[in-house]
Write a new protein. Sequence first.
Length: 181
Amino acid sequence: MLKVLKRSFYARSSALVAKELLGKIIVREFSGRKITARIVETEAYLGKNDPASHAAGKMTKRNSVMFGAPGHAYVYFCYGCHFMFNTVTEKEGRAGAVLIRAAEIAGSSPRAGGPGKLAKYLKIGRGLNEHDLTSGRKLYIADDGFVPEKTGKSGRIGISGAREKLLRFFIKGNRHVSKYR
């Protein structure tokens, strides 16, 4: 049975949430369909003290959701071609987020390795920015009791600043995890 993650799950350190999201289930409901995907890779972004975070500078219209209540979606357009899906973390007023980098889609074999492919497959776009992930509707993350056997961590992928921080978490041996470059 799926249990929707509560706001208290997200209202903690971004790095801890990123690690504990591994194995959780993303549920996306649209047009009478429901797609589920098991999270296999995440990256934590720490806000003000993290040069790779969108919240490293001041609050803007784009990043304001990162300063709001935890448990909301932060969806942004990247490189002019991909949406990226993040969960807002930390306590309200303190920016933080976790990028969902990859997931294993239930019942099929499409590759959802990489955050752009994941958002595209799950039809996550700008309209879901600020969506309350604790609502249990449209887009949410749930726990089915699965605990990954082995997890790992490394530097983040696809960024230049603060790449050395070990804030990327993944399920070891899962074929959907991005290749580290």
